[in-house]
Design a binder for this molecule. Structure first.
Ligand SMILES: Nc1ncnc2c1ncn2[C@@H]1O[C@H](COP(=O)(O)OP(=O)(O)OP(=O)(O)O)[C@@H](O)[C@H]1O
Ligand SMILES: [Mg+2]
Length: 368
């Protein structure tokens, strides 16, 4: 019985997925969990001897963006024949947990964690949550105890994260209080790394136009499509893409109007029309694997500052192998035809051309 591997294999045969050894290993781990589940819990003998539910070993999938973690979790959720089951985004899960804790407190039942764990366990024997991140002490403490209780109840947990367990809540306040939770994950879940060379999401950039001319509704629509394709953002949430205040050193920040899954959207004005410099651009290049810039105008001699900043920006993006999608009023070669530094601008033109190439697009962020 290997429901996950079978489903994975079918997608491979159908040509919907490309073979990936890390993914195959992960699918096998999820099948092992499926077997654990099938042999746990309700056995007559276990009941006879009044044993608690057998422990099942969950799976912790971690790796870089676009490696297929969510895809595999979905396969597991769809094909592991356990009921009841629940798949939830980690943020939604934590909101739900806080609500349950509040209710338990209102009912005055003492320590809220055991009853909350019990109610969650009653609703899901297989609990999948996507994108575990922990960024405050309160959540860290709650999770630590809740997880222990859930695992003791025999709940099969599948979770994904961009970090290995040992890096969860990295640099967090009072992290030492969190360390037992990391031990717990490492002991009670099978930790599976999914870090093959391919970011399948970026792969989809293949054949996508990266430099749109001219600025206008058509270019905007195409870039917006690319943005959502790259981030897998739910259609219903598209009106509220998160923004970010990026720290750029020296206590300064840069407002990123759209920031999601390592993809940022900026206007040329914001990036090069204000007093910005190498430190800002470096911070952007380190933080984002893909940058979308809209509204790049043709620059004239009066725009020498903008042109100089644009050169510095492209240097930083290029050095860090950041993917660039843009809307501009001209092809790179015609962007800054005359003005101070127009000769040096040729290097930028050449880099911009290279950044459109399939080879450049296939390289990983930060490589080289
Ligand atoms: N082996 C593969 N061949 C082709 N496409 C794949 C493969 N694996 C995953 N994909 C596709 O790549 C995209 C990204 O995968 P997925 O969303 O699962 O990544 P992820 O690891 O969860 O990334 P993130 O950390 O950003 O959430 C999905 O559309 C998925 O269907
Ligand atoms: Mg994912």
């Amino acid at each position: 019985m290997s429901p996950v591997l079978d489903a994975y294999q079918q997608l491979l045969s159908a040509g919907e997925l490309r073979p990936d050894p890390d993914q195959r290993r992960a699918a096998a781990a999820l099948d092992r969990l499926s077997l654990d589940l099938a042999s746990s819990g309700g056995g007559v003998l276990r009941k006879l001897f009044r044993k608690g539910p057998k422990r099942v070993r969950g799976v912790y999938l971690w790796g870089g963006v676009g490696r297929g973690k969510s895809m595999l979790m979905d396969l597991a959720f769809d094909h592991i024949p356990t009921e009841p089951k629940r798949r939830v985004h980690f943020h939604a899960f934590m909101l739900d947990v806080h609500q349950r804790i509040r209710r338990a407190r209102e009912e005055g039942r003492g320590d809220p964690i055991p009853p909350v764990a019990e109610s969650i366990a009653a609703e899901a024997k297989l609990l999948c949550f996507d994108e575990m991140v922990i960024n405050n002490t309160a959540d860290a403490m709650i999770l630590s105890r809740l997880f222990t209780a859930l695992l003791d109840e025999g709940v099969a947990v599948v979770t994904t994260s961009n970090r290995p367990p040992c890096d969860l809540y990295k640099d967090g306040l009072n992290r030492e209080l969190f360390l037992p939770f990391i031990d717990l994950i490492e002991q009670r879940l099978q930790v599976v790394e999914l870090n093959g060379p391919t970011d399948y999401r970026l792969d989809r950039l293949e054949g996508v136009t990266t430099w749109h001319v001219p600025n206008g509704p058509q270019a905007t629509a195409a870039l917006s499509r690319a943005f959502f394709q790259l981030t897998d953002y739910p259609v219903e949430d598209r009106a509220k893409v998160p923004s970010e205040e990026l720290e750029v050193g020296g206590g300064r920040t840069l407002h990123v109007p759209k920031s999601l899954k390592g993809v940022a959207v900026f206007s040329f004005k914001r990036l090069c029309g204000e007093a910005r410099g190498a430190a800002d651009y470096l911070a952007i290049a380190q933080r984002f694997h893909t940058v979308i810039i809209v509204g790049i105008p043709v620059l004239g001699p009066e725009n020498r500052n903008e042109a100089a900043r644009f050169v510095t920006l492209i240097d930083a993006l290029y050095e860090h192998k950041v993917k660039l999608l843009a809307a501009a009023d001209a092809e790179p070669a015609l962007l800054y035809p005359a003005g101070h530094g127009a000769f040096e601008f040729q290097r930028t033109v050449s880099r911009l051309e290279e950044m459109r190439s399939a080879d450049y697009l296939a390289e990983g962020h930060g490589a080289g």
